[in-house]
Design a protein around this ligand. Sequence first.
Ligand SMILES: [Zn+2]
Length: 159
Amino acid sequence: MTSQQTICPQCEKGRLTPSVYADDFQHEGQVIRVDGLECYICDHCGADPVYPDQIRRNHARVADAKRQSDGRLTGADIRSLRDRLGLTQQDASTIFGGGANAFSKYERGDVLQSDSMDRLLRLVSMHPKLLAQLRAIVKPVRVAARVAEPPPPSYRKAK
Ligand SMILES: [Zn+2]
């Protein structure tokens, strides 16, 4: 927190101190209670502003609570699995799929990985040798897709 944030923006008199709260979230027809959500509390008016860095961490906590409720890997689980396999986020997105930047989104909790992605990750975690086979599958598919593309219009005109 920067010094300009220590004064309450609401009353402009009180001081803000870090605090935590719990909240309920709807997920797959269930209510999930998430503890440890961060905010600040004003000692004068009781306002409880939440700043961007806290919002980001709160967002990740909620995403993890939803994944735990589903029995899926959390953002930290995915990160440690990826580290163990020696992959960058970009490598992991290329090999496992999920689209560009998929792994930074999974790890931050911006996107929850699908059931099939979760199972694939668990499988490779249990059998790391499958990684080499996955790489072999990914490469030919990419090359084949490029060859199958039609030539650009300018090329056809020149014929
Ligand atoms: Zn205040």
